[in-house]
Design a protein around this ligand. Structure first.
Ligand code: ADP
Ligand code: ADP
Length: 232
């Protein structure tokens, strides 16, 4: 489903180069919940942002769903990117838009019809349990509710992959667990491939099937969570 081949990412110019990822290979199968764990600065954020080319790799290939994203033109890349949803640590909601409009945003970009948007947003509000909050603004929501909006928005274009960039790091432990349960539910229901990055072992142990440990821009260990880390 996702294959990273010899992925290298350097930031900066000659003289001040930082190598964030170095010849990294990674393979993620369809329907898996795949976690990447590592300390701050290890390269997690760069890695996940390279999967949808939010960050452009210096060299190497990014394959998603049988397509080499690094070889595509702008238009084709845009089409492939719609199949990759993403959620963020700080939610990245539009503060001047309601819950409804935040979720409808990617559908409007795709020029979806008004009736279809209405149907789809209702379905998503129901999925994430926010029907009663559809007309509220992000500032009126709790952190967990904001992330539910983020999840609904990410799912609006029926992606095949969901990327989670430290998606629970700004939440308290109880809210974290409810968001993780929702992600697990979505994974089972839609057979959606989920890639998440985190610095918290708890997140890996609660929902991931497989894990990779990243250190100084390289994968130092990977496999089923139960093999890499003994469950408590
Ligand atoms: P993590 O998500 O594991 O904390 P990052 O991918 O953010 O790691 O960072 C990996 C390395 O790349 C770090 O050394 C970081 O300082 C560097 N880095 C990340 N983003 C940039 C950037 N935009 N410009 C320069 N260096 C960066
Ligand atoms: P940021 O760095 O905060 O993501 P951007 O300029 O990329 O800033 O986006 C501005 C706002 O629009 C953010 O809240 C972001 O979440 C939202 N946004 C951008 N692109 C999309 C998209 N394709 N689908 C949904 N929301 C988007």
């Amino acid at each position: 489903m996702i294959e990273l081949k010899q992925l290298t990412k350097r930031y900066g110019k000659a003289g001040t180069l930082t190598t964030a990822l170095s010849d990294l290979d990674l393979s993620i199968e369809k329907g898996e919940i795949f976690g990447v764990i590592g300390h701050s600065g290890a390269g997690k954020s760069t890695l996940i942002r390279c999967i949808n080319l939010l960050e452009c790799p210096t060299s190497g290939e990014v394959w998603v769903n049988g397509k080499n994203l690094t070889s595509l033109g702008k238009k084709q890349l845009q089409t492939e990117r719609r199949k990759i949803g993403m959620i963020f640590q700080h939610f990245n909601l539009l503060s001047s838009a309601t819950v409804y409009d935040n979720i409808a945003f990617p559908l409007r970009l795709n020029k979806t019809s008004k009736d279809e948007i209405e149907r789809k947003v209702k379905e998503l509000l129901d999925l994430v349990g926010l029907e009663a909050h559809r007309d509220k603004y992000p500032s009126q929501l709790s952190g967990g509710q904001k992330q539910r909006v983020g999840i609904a928005r990410a799912l609006a274009s029926d992606p095949e992959v969901l990327l989670c960039d430290e998606a629970t790091s700004a939440l308290d432990p109880q809210t974290t667990d409810s968001i993780l349960r929702l992600l697990l539910d979505i994974n089972k229901r839609f057979h959606l491939t989920i890639v998440l990055i985190t610095h918290e072992m708890h997140v890996i142990q609660s929902i991931c099937d497989k894990v990779a440990v990243i250190h100084q821009g390289g994968i130092v260990e990977q496999g089923p969570v139960t093999e890499v880390f003994l469950k408590p």
